[in-house]
Design a binder for this molecule. Structure first.
Ligand code: FAD
Length: 393
């Protein structure tokens, strides 16, 4: 089925209410409720319990009697939810990168953020555990899409008795955060574990300190943070026609989630202006390990001309030679298009584990050789034009 007609660029993503073929439910004859408008009552404060009716649900007033919602909070929520454009965190003009925040907080003067939520986002048969973590920064630690936050895990390093060192995590939300308030930032963190081949089991004594701390965090957990840092992975927004090729393995998807939300699902000036094509290549082990697939599939449905989404599932798909489908194999299938796009000024991004680069580079080199292109010169030109962006760890 097709999404409902009349959807404009930059509008909110389709919600779970929309299903192909779903029919509107008929309204039952329910009594009409008064509509709440932000300015109807100047000093409105109410308890949910009074509205619910104490007699119908005797337990209810007890449960929520102290839950006071003042009018200012309701007003703010209302205007946030209904405001037409999302532009309160934009530069002037929006693509100008000269005011980008860098290292606002450092190891010696860190920011204390608070975890809002931690959610496992991979299926049962995923290889390892990956969590989406939303952090409240109260609007005090603004960042741009493509930057990273640093997290200093609590405790000391037993090797030297000093506090643990900072670990970097690519930010997986746009500058507005997942809730559009500009007060949060999200991370996509894979729990690092150590597999002991001799024991044939995980050794908990050697598990990754910071990633486990983050994946085990609960709402309210305080985080000692640095950053935001990095300018390598920014979107070149000055020319909204620029094609982007985004290559990720695993948590390397994080910055691109921010890019894709900014270019397609938010109501920002960047989304309104974007006329290029954004092409995502994601490599993971199997379909249970996919990350943010629902979000990307929705964007693909809504913007089939401007968004492309290709997957390499190494344990489920086979490449042209019958081997495992790695990210470079999927890219090779489209090598002609990729080379043509890069020749016309596309920017290419790589993010994920360091180990992804050698395979990709030798694939590109062999394609270049077939095309009689001098690989070194070709690469030099891309780097010189700032079209080549790498953040691997
Ligand atoms: P550490 O405690 O630092 O341990 C590192 C590894 O060593 C672990 O795998 C651990 O199991 C193993 N180990 C521990 N003890 C032993 C031992 N005795 N012998 C052998 N092995 C041992 N990660 C993400 O998940 N998401 C991101 O978006 C992300 N973005 C990044 C962006 C940048 C720019 C960089 C540089 C890194 C990024 N990382 C990201 C990686 C992240 O910074 C951490 O390196 C990662 O989470 C592991 O840190 P840790 O503290 O959990 O592990």
């Amino acid at each position: 089925g097709q999404p409902p007609k009349g959807k404009k660029r930059g509008g909110p993503p389709l919600g779970p209410w929309w299903k192909p073929g779903a029919k509107k439910k008929k309204k039952k004859n329910l009594p009409r409720r008064a509509r709440w408008t932000p300015s109807a009552e100047p000093n409105l404060t109410f308890t949910i319990a009074t509205l619910a009716g104490k007699d119908e649900e005797p337990w209810f007033s007890e449960a929520v009697a102290t839950n006071l919602v003042d009018k200012a909070t309701l007003d703010a929520a209302f205007s946030r939810a209904t405001s037409k454009s999302q532009d309160f965190l934009e530069a002037e003009p929006y693509w100008d990168q000269s005011t980008i925040p860098v290292n606002t907080y450092k190891t010696k003067s860190p920011f204390i953020g608070k975890v809002t939520s931690v959610k496992r986002i991979v299926g049962e048969n995923a290889t390892g555990e990956t969590c989406h973590i939303v952090i409240d920064h109260q609007g005090k630690m603004p960042y741009w899409e493509g930057q990273s936050y640093g997290v200093i895990p609590p405790g000391t390093n037993p090797k030297n008795g000093k506090p643990h060192s900072v670990r970097l995590y690519s930010i997986a939300s746009t500058r507005y955060g997942d809730d559009m308030t500009g007060n949060t930032g999200s991370l996509c963190v894979r729990r690092a574990v150590y597999w002991d081949p001799e024991m044939g089991a995980e050794d908990p004594a050697k598990k990754g300190i910071c990633s486990n701390f983050l994946c085990d965090a609960t709402p309210g957990t305080e985080l000692t943070m640095t950053g935001p840092s990095g300018k390598v992975m920014l979107i070149p927004e000055e020319n909204p026609e620029t094609d982007l090729i985004m290559v990720a393995t695993g948590t390397g998807i994080a910055p691109y989630r921010g890019f894709i939300r900014r270019l397609f699902t938010e109501n920002t000036p960047a989304a309104a202006a974007y006329k290029g094509q954004a092409w995502l290549f994601l490599g993971v082990a199997n379909s249970d390990s996919l990350l943010y697939d629902d979000e990307f599939s929705t964007v693909l449905k809504n913007y089939p001309e401007n968004f492309k989404y290709d997957l390499a599932l190494s344990r489920e798909q086979t490449n042209a030679k019958g081997g495992k489908m790695y990210i470079q194999d999927k890219m090779e299938e489209y090598a002609d298009e990729i080379f043509a796009k890069l020749d016309s000024g596309a920017h290419i991004y790589f993010c994920g584990l360091k180990g992804m680069m050698p395979g990709i580079q030798s694939m590109l080199e062999s394609v270049a050789a077939k095309k009689k292109i001098d690989y070194e010169q070709w690469m030099k030109k891309l780097k010189g034009n700032k079209q080549w962006h790498v953040e691997v760890y």
